[in-house]
Design a binder for this molecule. Structure first.
Ligand code: ZN
Ligand code: FE
Length: 263
């Protein structure tokens, strides 16, 4: 099997539209707009073979109709959301098998950002590395806003992602890393791995290099939303927000609300 290539194609202000290719065929994840996808496919001479969608927001599905013009490719997406053009509606535990590029995914339900949000987990590529496409659920050093779900749902969704193998490469849909790190440091100022990551990520962005993919092991170490159980984070939240923090759901809820107004 040829090694697969995983490419973040920049779109809008800060979206990434991920392409996975075997050098001839490519699948696209969350094409919020078609033009950058068409341009990249043309540049590499790749042919689109499937579209995967994680949730219904326009910056993730807006390019689907245009990509379908003049070609028939399957469109996978969440069973629980109203999205045009879906040919297969997916829920927790469903399998997606694509012939070219050769890709097998297991579907995870990860509600919270939207109520039907799904993620696509690939157990192993040809090198044995797992991959997950998680849309707007988990970001490098952050998590999605709660537009349709509760904090408890999002925490459970993040738990499911955090339980994936540590080596899993995490393909998030936005370049939010630097602003997420600034907030993470407010929650977890003594975290050395986080301080190191701030310096590395800052250097990457200075050269306009994507900070993604991240990995599950790295996120467990630096992402405060996966560390709501950490006593140091809970103590910081209690002190900064003048709240009592009796448990991890409270810590998570307070962090998510604080992040919404953090500048
Ligand atoms: Zn979204
Ligand atoms: Fe988005």
């Amino acid at each position: 099997m040829n090694a697969l290539e995983y490419v973040p194609v920049p779109a809008f202000e800060d979206n990434y539209i991920w392409l996975v290719s075997d050098g001839r065929y490519a699948v696209v994840v969350d094409p919020g707009e078609a033009a950058p996808v068409h341009a990249y496919l043309a540049k590499r001479g790749w042919q689109l073979s499937a579209i995967l969608l994680t949730h219904h927001h326009a910056d993730h599905v807006g390019g689907v109709a245009d990509l379908l013009k003049g070609q028939v490719v399957p469109v996978y997406g969440p069973a629980g959301e109203a999205i045009a053009h879906l040919t297969r509606r997916l829920k927790r535990g469903d399998r997606v098998s694509i012939a070219a590029p050769a890709l097998d995914f297991t579907v995870l339900d990860v509600p919270g950002h939207t109520s039907g949000h799904i993620a696509y987990f690939q157990t192993a590529d040809s090198r044995g590395t797992p991959h997950v496409f998680c849309g707007d659920t988990l970001f490098a050093c952050g998590c999605g806003r709660l537009f349709e779900g509760t904090a408890a749902q999002m925490l459970e969704s993040l738990d499911a992602l955090a339980a994936l193998p540590g080596a899993t490469e995490v393909h998030c849909a936005h370049e939010y890393t630097l602003s997420n790190i600034r907030f993470a440091l407010a929650c977890d100022p003594q975290n050395h791995a986080l301080q190191t990551w701030r310096d590395e990520a800052t250097a990457l962005r200075a050269r306009q290099v994507p900070t993604l993919p991240t990995t599950i092991a790295h996120e467990r170490a630096v992402n405060p939303f996966l560390r709501a159980n950490d006593p140091a984070i809970q103590a910081t939240l209690a002190e900064q927000l003048h709240e009592s923090v009796p448990d991890r759901l409270t810590a998570f809820t307070l962090m998510r609300e604080w992040k919404n107004r953090f500048r």
